[in-house]
Design a protein around this ligand. Sequence first.
Ligand SMILES: [Zn+2]
Length: 233
Amino acid sequence: MRHKILLVFVSLWFAVSSTTAAASAWPLIPAITDQDWALPSTVVIIDVGHGGIDGGTSSGTTLEKDINLAIAKKLYLLLRSQGVAAVMNRTGDYALSDENRWHISRSRHRKDLSQRRQLTEEIDSELLVSLHVNWSKKPSQRGPLVLHQQSGESALLAFCIQDSLNRQQNTTAIPREGKTFYLLKRVQQPAVIVEMGFISSDSDRSMLTDPKGQKEVAAAIASGIRQYKWITR
Ligand SMILES: [Zn+2]
């Protein structure tokens, strides 16, 4: 009898907790009101740098594209669990240029970039965070660096994320304007490029390839985004 009661209690608890967890972590179908018929909407677009034959920067067999994807997935789940709607533009190892049939260009790189920008026009979002990993010929160079657009909102978003990553990685870098980056020039909403650390640094690379380190980086970026949202609300 005791067992039966316990079983009922446990299954009830499981039913309640799993529905609430599912509701907060996976609000995949948001309620649609009359105003938002035109565009699917979200808050954060997570641009997952590189993919497919474009591995990004590397160190030995460690490729930037894999680090970007692993941290993007963690960031996505964290933001969702904190009630911040997010989408990723790449969920596996493929090049975005493969999906782009409308951009008439022989340059795979241009097609890839235009595909990333196009998504920001098709999904109504507040901001875009592009995840990357840095490289330097100086092995001692380490730490995060956030690049922003000319606008004040983008600079503020960069400052919030940089500050949070600096605390997490015990660094003091200051965000910079990324004047030459196509994505920053062409995306309308506040956008930043987050160089999460250096693949060429032993300590950064072990943090960026370790699930625990990846989770800490993702948590720092999520915290920066929430800080920005709190200031601009
Ligand atoms: Zn990159």
